[in-house]
Design a protein around this ligand. Structure first.
Ligand SMILES: Cc1cc2nc3c(=O)[nH]c(=O)nc-3n(C[C@H](O)[C@H](O)[C@H](O)COP(=O)(O)OP(=O)(O)OC[C@H]3O[C@@H](n4cnc5c(N)ncnc54)[C@H](O)[C@@H]3O)c2cc1C
Length: 523
């Protein structure tokens, strides 16, 4: 059973019932406590960008946010977003990623994304020409045609990561006077005939009804912390989250109550992560050194640890073994030696809820985590095998095979590269190649337990190029929109930094379409 500890989260403790288990039918004479042209549910990147666009178009806006402060996963993310330099070429590049993963692609929706994302620099410049964007990287799949048009950016600011982006957006949401109701989770959509005309929310133990004159935009993020949805849509036996514990699939369920079709439910962006007792979120496994291997319950290596796409690690552990009847690699272990321990922390402080919000700092030499029993220590590999409960001879043989491979310079088992080839530019600059492999030979030996730990889910309500939520027959559900990670465009193969880009682009697209609707009048 997938679980995430939500018990200690004060704002969540106020919501004993699950949001989105039913829709509320509109009745004549229904008394609304508030009204606005557009209701936005969720104040992360998508909600903020929708609110800014809606206000710029002159619509009144109420944003409902479950927690006492906004930000969601956007604020704890690395904060990188792609801005294509050519929308048509970016479309061709991104189309290939769908082909690679055999994922469903809505051509028009991806085209609209490319066009809108290409205008993200203008979006920021129009808000404030002093907002600085910095290049953060390039295409994840440089071998694909037109990869050169993909550049990753982030907003420059006093901190690192997505907090700079979110604080910039929040400032503009406030300046433009969109009303944000904090600690006010949306619970149910209000429905008249086939249209969504409002939201029932909970505020300080009381229910409030809010009327949407034009539309409702769901921006509640993913279902990283909903045990039930993960059990249903993610095959893995246990999956943790690196993000906010508030993303419990509320928007997914709300959309289902009005018959939304779903898509991309098997697509995840998910590295491996570690658990520290007392934290509400996992920490990403990002060791400073290549001197480690992953081993499964049988004490065996099972993957090319260094080359696996960071966003796709779930797919390398998510295998049910039909002979042994178990998931051999959930959890798995990273095994390393004294040289690796002394090389530095196994994670970093730049992103993730555990570091950014809960303030956890992993010790540079793992001493704090060894003391806490998170990192297991043993003088010999045999002893380590006993402590972590794997077969002794398998573990010793796996480490020996790995050390032989490093010595030979060739990993025949999984093809892990020994070093990262240098680009022409780096070799001209005289840089030395980064090592991707190192032996595990200097005692004591160590192991840390790893689980798949979600950056984000991609699945949710299917939507079209105007961000309208579609029903199971593919028709727009009147006045209902979704933006951001909830029902993301992206499939199994994921071009990094496209989720935040999608929040920025589809928040604006949704607001623009909703703003054009005639007001709904009670009759
Ligand atoms: C550690 C980490 C690093 C990442 N780095 C990157 C990156 O660099 N680039 C990238 O593209 N992607 C990245 N991602 C993914 C990306 O951050 C998310 O996909 C994206 O920010 C989601 O934005 P959103 O607005 O859709 O949702 P969120 O930002 O998660 O916001 C959702 C909001 O909805 C609120 N909410 C939930 N339910 C309710 C309810 N019932 N009522 C009211 N409010 C509700 C939540 O409290 C939250 O504030 C990263 C994710 C993580 C966890």
């Amino acid at each position: 059973m997938s679980t995430t500890n939500l018990k200690h989260h004060p704002s969540l403790a106020q919501s004993p019932d699950k949001a989105g288990v039913r829709a509320l039918a509109w009745r004549k004479g229904m008394q609304f406590d508030h009204q606005s042209d557009i209701i936005i549910v969720g104040f992360g990147g998508a909600g903020a960008s929708a609110a800014i666009e809606a206000r710029r178009l002159g619509c009144s806006v109420i944003v409902l946010e479950k927690l006492a402060c906004g930000g969601g996963n956007t604020a704890v993310s690395a904060g990188n977003f792609i801005i294509p330099s050519d929308a048509q070429k970016a479309f061709e590049y991104l189309s290939k990623t769908f082909e690679m993963g055999s994922s469903e692609m809505d051509e028009e929706a991806v085209r609209h994304f490319c066009k809108e994302a290409a205008a993200t620099k203008e979006f920021f410049a129009e808000l404030d020409p002093n907002i600085e964007l910095e290049v953060a990287g390039h295409a994840n799949f440089p071998h694909l045609p037109h990869a050169e048009v993909i550049t990753k950016y982030h907003v420059k600011g006093p901190k690192t990561g997505g907090i700079n982006l979110f604080m910039t957006l929040k400032k503009w949401v406030e300046k433009l006077q969109a009303q944000v109701l904090y600690e006010t989770p949306a619970m149910e959509l209000v429905v008249k005939d086939n249209a969504v005309v409002g939201v029932l929310a909970r505020q300080h133990e009381k229910e409030i009804l809010i009327k949407a004159n034009k539309g409702v935009i769901l921006c509640t993020g993913g279902y990283e912390c909903d045990a039930q949805a993960l059990d249903e849509y993610c095959q893995a036996s246990r999956v943790l989250s690196l993000g906010t514990p508030a993303n419990t699939g509320d928007g997914l369920r709300m959309a289902q109550t009005v018959n939304a079709g779903l898509w991309h439910m098997r697509a995840y962006s998910c590295p491996l992560g570690m658990q520290v007792p007392g934290l509400n979120s996992a920490l990403p496994f990002l060791p400073m050194t290549p001197g480690y291997i992953w081993i499964n319950k049988f004490g065996k290596r099972f993957a090319n640890e260094a080359d696996v796409d960071f966003h796709s690690c779930l797919y390398s552990v998510n295998n049910f073994d039909p002979v042994a009847h178990c998931y051999p690699a959930i959890p798995c272990w990273a095994v390393f030696d004294e040289a690796a321990r002394l090389a530095g922390s196994l994670t970093h402080q730049r992103f993730g809820y555990g570091a950014v919000i809960e303030g956890y700092a992993w010790s540079a030499d793992c001493s704090r985590e060894i003391e806490a029993g998170v990192v297991k220590k043993a003088e010999t590999l045999e002893e380590l095998a006993r402590i972590i409960g794997v077969d002794r001879s398998s573990l010793c043989a796996s480490v020996k095979r790995w050390n032989d491979a490093v010595e030979k310079g060739c990993d025949e088992e999984f093809g892990r590269r020994m070093q990262k080839p240098l680009s022409e530019k780096d070799s001209l600059a005289g840089l030395t190649p980064r090592r991707l492999s190192a032996p595990i030979s200097k005692p004591p030996f160590y192991a840390v337990e790893l689980y798949p730990a979600l950056l984000n889910t991609q699945g949710g309500p299917r939507r079209n190029e105007f961000a309208q939520v579609l029903d199971r027959a593919g028709h727009p559900i009147e006045r209902l929109y979704a933006a951001g990670e909830l029902g993301s465009l992206w499939g199994t193969v994921y071009q990094g930094s496209s989720n935040v880009a999608e929040c920025l682009a589809y928040g604006r697209i949704a607001a623009r379409h909703a703003a054009e609707l005639p007001e709904w009048v009670e009759s």
